[in-house]
Design a protein around this ligand. Structure first.
Ligand SMILES: [Zn+2]
Length: 354
């Protein structure tokens, strides 16, 4: 019943286990506890959200489990890191959504212990990446270099009951990959970066794993274990691409800068993957692609395809477009290449949405 994804035999890649599709969450909880024992993890600090309750129930540890506060930020993660170290924990096991996994990665980096990621939803490709998106105090999400998990454990019975919005966002994060690669190639063309071929191929493979589902009904797909395994595979591969490249380049270009600008200026209007998918419209248009076809695809996937879907006005969009190139200094994408001024922004918006 347990599939080992053992294509990734490099020691710097996380070990990935997928439990299911047969079996139930209790079986997954027992299996997860066994896997941790196999790794000689005997005194982990378990950090779990309420969705992770059942999966974490069988883990043996002398330490009490920790539930992240809803607004867990970098400071919270740092405190968790020193607490981990003082308690003598030999690993952090994070069971929950994106924020839970991200603060755990950061805390583990601080404590100098390994981290095991057990996502309870498939909403973005940070699952096994070395990057954590955690807000600083009083601010919004910031990508920080942390450590990649030593092991990623995916329980299909758990994921089958995750929110539909998360599934849509997971697909949204992956539709960005071809554009992120195009941006990477553009930067390489300008002599600013070199392409890591293996990372590139992993990112391509990641998109390929879900491409066949982009025309399907997401609500139906979300209840299909085979689809969830493909989505999990895609998100894991995308994370591996980033591990391989040593940064987020293979999966993050101009469309991610747009999403970061939305977070920065407006505090986030949707899940990361949903905002990223929306950002793809800008890159697609700037590359002269089939923007209206892309819009139709997003609409069909239930992802934002118009600024109004994110409660953004035309003026808001201009601010976002002007701010986006400043979100990630040093990353050259089609946005930096186009170097839009206000008039250019308005003309672009008109081309896409009028
Ligand atoms: Zn992303």
């Amino acid at each position: 019943m347990v599939d080992r994804v053992d294509r990734f035999d490099r020691k710097d890649f996380p070990q990935v286990f997928i439990y299911g599709p047969q079996g139930d969450e209790q079986g997954a909880a027992e299996d997860l506890a066994r896997k941790l024992a196999d790794l000689d993890i005997t005194a982990p600090l378990v950090v779990k959200s309420t969705f992770g309750e059942a999966l974490g129930a069988r883990i043996k540890t002398p330490l009490p489990h920790v539930v992240p506060v809803p607004q867990a930020n970098q400071e919270w993660a740092a405190t968790l890191g020193s607490r981990t170290r003082r308690s003598g924990a030999d690993a952090i096991i994070a069971i929950g959504g994106g924020r839970c996994l991200d603060v755990a990665k950061l805390a583990a980096a601080r404590a100098g212990v390994t981290v095991v990621a057990v996502p309870t939803q498939l909403s973005h490709d940070g699952i096994c990446s070395p990057v954590a998106v955690v807000p600083a105090q009083g601010a919004c999400g910031e990508s920080i270099g942390a450590i990649a998990p030593r092991m990623v454990y995916l329980s299909i019975p758990t994921l089958l009951s995750s929110p539909l919005e998360a599934v849509r966002a997971g697909l949204g994060d992956l539709v960005a990959n071809p554009l992120a690669l195009r941006d990477w190639a553009l930067a390489a063309d300008r002599g600013l970066e070199s392409i890591d071929r293996r990372a590139w191929d992993l990112s391509v493979e990641s998109f390929d794993s879900i491409e066949g589902y982009l025309a399907a009904d997401v609500a139906e797909s979300a209840g299909d274990a085979r689809f969830l395994m493909r989505l999990a595979d895609g998100l894991v591969l995308s994370g591996m691409a980033m591990v391989c490249a040593g940064n987020s380049r293979p999966a993050s270009g101009g469309e991610h800068e747009i999403s970061h600008a939305i977070d920065h200026l407006f505090g986030g209007r949707a899940l990361h993957g949903a905002q990223v998918a929306f950002g793809c419209l800008i890159s697609t248009e700037l590359y002269g692609g089939d923007t209206q076809g892309f819009r139709a695809r997003l609409a069909q996937l239930g992802l934002p395809q118009h600024p109004s879907d994110l409660s953004l006005s035309e003026d808001d969009m201009v601010k976002i477009l002007l701010a986006a190139p400043y979100m990630r200094p040093g990353r050259f994408t089609v946005l930096e290449d186009t170097d839009l001024d206000e008039g250019g922004c308005r003309a672009l918006l008109e081309r896409i949405w009028d």
